[in-house]
Design a protein around this ligand. Sequence first.
Ligand code: FAD
Length: 561
Amino acid sequence: MKYIIIGAVAGGATAAARLRRLDEHAEIVMFEKGEYISYSNCGLPYYIGDVIKERNALLIQTAASFNLRYKIDVRTTTEITAINASAKTVTAKNHITGKEVEEKYDKLVLSPGADPIRPPLPGITENGIFTLRNVKDSDTIKEFAQQNHVKKAIIIGGGFIGLEMAENFHNLGMEVTIIEMGNQILAPLDFPLAAIIQQHIRSKGVDLLLNSTVTAFEKNNDKLKILLKSGEELSADIVILSIGVKPDTRLAIKAGLKIGEAKGIWVNEFLQTSNPDIYAVGDAIEFANPITKQSMNTYLAGPANKQARICADNIVSGNVEKYKGAINTAIVKVFDMTVATAGTAAKHLAKAGIQHTVSTTYGSSHAGYYPEAKQMSIQIAFSPVDGRLFNAQIAGYDGVDKRIDILSSIIKRNGTIYELEEFEHAYAPPYSSAKDPVNIVGFVAEDIIQDKLTIFYWNQINEISENDILLDVRSEEEFEKGFIPNAIHIPIDELRERMTELDPAKNIFIYCFGGIRGYLGQLILKQNGFKSVSNLSGGYQLWEICNKEIKLSRQPEIQTA
Ligand code: FAD
């Protein structure tokens, strides 16, 4: 058997190593058009930011070490320029020697990854405008920044890589601006959680321009001019374009392979393309989203690695394992905070027509009385019918990674919010609380499903009419610092005595800081004959953050003539 692998990083190198483990006698050839194989793209922003000091630390394997360990013929700087599917051959061009060869295969694995999007804007090819995908890009960016003593950086795109680059440039002492076309950063998240991170970014002195579209670049002496649709002009020494990626389907298209609805290489559940002898994995493919059932791409290292293992098993043993899809579980460090997501965000559930309820709760990274405990905000989306968990998003300072992994595993196996209540965690004060934030998420969701808790949302405040009552149950001190317009104030501990001040025939909308006192207030009023009482999910703190961000982000762009 002869296996050929195209692309030698996350998906390709993993598939190659697994193929060798399963088939000691096969001939395996892996082609990589770049200089390096099996490196960590994920570490590149931190290498540029000097957090990772040793460049070699990113290079997990070399062609020689891979060959020694796995007896795989690794050919770097060699690009596959064509696949002849009927003859079962590939054409390989060595970029150093210029030589072209044909290689035969029995089975082929495609793992060419995704290309950063570089729109054809005027001036986009000016020196100083970079994308970041591989080691070479990181070398170029680092060298440019050092040689030109870069002081001012503009990051275009507020996605995961954009934010990592913003933080790393900021840590190097640069003045950083992020320009984002959408009305929020981190598109896989819903607005409230993105708003929390936006506030954090701004608090670090990074300028964040939302609803802002770049239309052109110009270079004046050493400075780059960035022109916005609004007519505004910004200047920078360096620009990082991180506005997204698209699956690299060039070879697949040329070879006549089927491309799917999400513009990725179409594969079946065994990761086999439309040609049974060609398999594909990683950023280049698409598959059905396990929640919405719609075609999706995922640009994450975890799925690429897992697909590669399944693909190799299927090649050697004959389609034995099905790929169940990915739920886009992702995490990113943003200065002191961490934000993570798993599953399908509420806005995307809505688009897919999936009925869902959203709930926001807060939890402590560990017992509040033990030093350094930090709050985390957790938003979930679940089915109000059977409690199936569709999505979790968490923003916090500590312990976010642990909680998202728990929630992700439940979403992945179609679990429900009831499992969150039962989830048994290891507890001691430095690690958690007797009720972990994950349990609390489940308790609250169950109360919502069972109508013990009725909630309303921060963006429904404007719908409260003057015939309704907006009731703030926080303390005097909290109220004096700020409140939602038109709220009346009765602190929770006085509510039993003072409820006669409220008209039981009116709709009552309660809020407190985070939701717990509001919930208690709701129960007190309901059990005393008040018919319509609801509690603000996420409380005053979420309303305040979202409002601040709405004010900062909803500046409509001035159209240029
Ligand atoms: P890649 O790893 O990109 O490998 C594809 C390889 O194929 C490339 O080296 C390319 O040169 C080669 N190739 C393409 N065409 C040919 C051809 N015709 N002939 C020969 N070789 C070819 N994911 C996370 O989960 N967490 C993170 O924190 C994270 N951070 C990231 C940070 C950065 C800066 C980047 C760029 C990506 C990050 N990712 C992260 C994404 C993750 O790296 C990718 O999802 C993963 O590498 C995809 O694996 P892949 O094998 O599909 O593609």
